[in-house]
Write a protein that binds this ligand. Structure first.
Ligand code: NAD
Length: 504
């Protein structure tokens, strides 16, 4: 067993740095003894070794979680809340180091990790740690014959599988409601960005989570993730990631009748009407397109603009895009960091070639930014790209690219733009910009999306239902939705022998 306590928060992480699983309250290597490598996207260089987990590690983690499940489920909600709040405190106390780790591991600007990723991880833990104190049960009175009440009991061991784009943010978004409602957890972070999940494992030990309550198994999706999905002792799987992976998980878990929450890909429209406040619409549409290098499932990658303002909008959009500073993610002025991996950069570049083949024009970007520091010479950088000249039906405008690439498309009327916005297999989110509140309501009701923002983007309230329609997912996260997903509703029906008034 190797206990890892070093905290890599410098510009480079020592070459010998090795991550570990958290199983049964201990940091342990893979049963195989094998290691995978993770790379720093800004430099293309080796960052750390992570355990190459397999079925044996998943079996051990599920056994530890199963052993801890009964006691954790019976731990009073107030005590579970205290434990999770302690974890939130440890994360907050280490916020700066975690933000640096997240930036180094993903390529995202440190300023973004500091402002969004780590504070949101703390907020996720605090939100569900306190939400569990304010739950209520339903009761249904069946005339004078019976009283029904609903017990909400934890499902047991929850499998939580998360992606690379918002590593600690999305990992805690799943494990916090699972743990708060009394489940134990086996978590599987992305093998592409495992650093902060490893550190969370150490912080869970520091926060004195009972052993086995939270387990974290590192490794490849088809090995560790698939073993977790197929494990008979894991009745609930909460997954965030790509649509193809979600389909594979649904195919494996469906015949086992597992409870599934699937948060998948998106191809989100930003719709700008001529009566919109462009002083807000333009900068927000640029942020929606390129935040985290376009690698947020909610990014608006198709911008529909009413024809009468199309040319001026494109000019303003391009001006702001060209003003974004690409550079070393660790530098304070950097607004665009590196893409997460070489293969992902190549995928995004292949879509730029496709866009040109389909008749699109790359108005700006799509190349390597100039003036990168020497350290970033081999990093995976791409200047944010703006494409025009494509219609809504082409592949570039229907498939998820998940990078700093946006396509701007003109429209003439409301019905046309709603149809075009809905013309993808995805239905995750949309943002609508208009000066007419009536139109905002009307278009929001017509769009096929789990979230519609009107005159804003990514304004989040952790209580609201979050998730996607169509191929963007199954189920909802957030607030009560997450607490319901991780609990089994059980109706208890008690017959009344005496009717009111019988005794009179
Ligand atoms: P991915 O599907 O490749 O991987 C996600 C996770 O699943 C990783 O931990 C991976 O190891 C694991 N995995 C891979 N194959 C598996 C299998 N067969 N069985 C079980 N687990 C498996 O996704 P990604 O590339 O890490 O993330 C990018 C995708 O995530 C994008 O499509 C993006 O839109 C989506 N995403 C969606 C949301 C949302 O809330 N809807 C949020 C963030 C990202």
């Amino acid at each position: 067993m190797s206990r890892t306590t070093s905290q890599p928060d410098a510009r480079t992480v020592a070459a010998e740095h090795r991550l570990a699983h958290l199983i049964g309250g201990e940091m342990v290597p893979a049963a195989s003894g094998d290691w995978l490598e993770t790379v720093e996207p800004a430099t293309g260089r080796f960052l750390a070794h992570l355990p190459d987990g397999d079925t044996r590690d998943v079996d051990r983690a599920v056994a530890a979680a199963t052993q801890a499940a009964r006691r954790w489920a019976r731990t009073p909600a107030a005590e579970r809340s205290r434990v999770l709040l302690r974890l939130a405190e440890r994360v907050e106390a280490n916020a700066e180091a975690l933000a640096r780790l997240e930036s180094i591991d993903t390529g995202k600007p440190l300023t973004l990790a500091r402002a969004v990723d780590i504070p949101r991880a703390v907020a996720n833990l605090r939100f569900f740690a306190t939400a569990i104190l304010h739950t209520r049960s339903d009761a249904h009175i069946t005339d004078e014959a019976a009283i029904n009440y609903t017990l909400r009991q934890p499902r047991g061991v929850a499998g939580c599988i998360s992606p690379w784009n918002l590593p600690l943010y999305l990992f805690t978004w799943k494990i916090a409601p699972a743990l708060a409602t009394g489940n134990t957890v086996v978590g599987k972070p992305s093998e592409v960005t495992p650093m902060t999940a490893h550190r969370l494992g150490e912080l869970a030990i520091e926060a004195e989570l009972p052993p086995g309550v939270l387990n974290i198994v590192h490794g490849l999706g088809p090995k560790v993730g698939a073993a977790l999905v197929e494990h008979p002792a894991v009745p609930a799987i909460s997954f965030t990631g790509g649509t193809a992976t979600g389909a594979a998980i649904a195919a494996a878990a469906g015949p086992m009748f597992k409870k599934l929450s699937l948060e998948l890909g998106g191809k989100n429209p930003t719709i700008v009407f001529a009566d919109a406040d462009l002083d807000h619409a333009v900068p927000t549409a640029v942020r929606a397109a390129f935040a985290n290098q376009g690698q947020i499932c909610l990014c608006g990658s198709r911008v529909f603009v009413e024809r009468s303002i199309f040319d001026s909008f494109v000019a303003a959009f391009v001006r702001r895009t060209e003003a974004l500073t690409s550079g070393d993610p660790l530098e304070p002025e950097t607004e665009q960091g590196a893409l997460v991996s070489k293969s992902h950069l190549e995928k995004v570049q292949s879509y730029l070639r496709l866009a040109e083949t389909e008749g699109g024009r790359i108005v700006t970007g799509g190349d390597r930014p100039a003036g990168l520091p020497v350290r970033c010479g081999d990093g995976y950088f791409l200047r944010p790209a703006v494409i025009t000249g494509l219609d809504a039906a082409c592949r570039t405008n229907r498939e998820e690219i998940f990078g700093p690439v946006v396509s701007i498309i003109p429209f003439d009327d409301e019905a046309e733009v709603v149809a075009a916005a809905n013309a993808t297999e995805y239905g995750l989110a949309a943002s609508v910009w208009t000066g007419s509140i009536d139109r905002g309501h009307r278009v929001a009701a017509e769009l096929q999306a789990g979230t519609v923002w009107v005159n804003c983007w990514l304004l989040r309230d952790l209580r609201v239902p979050f998730g996607g329609m169509k191929s963007s997912g199954v189920g909802r996260e957030g607030g009560d939705e997450a607490m319901h997903f991780f609990t089994e509703p059980k109706n208890v029906c008690i017959k009344r022998n005496e009717r009111p008034g019988d005794a009179e």
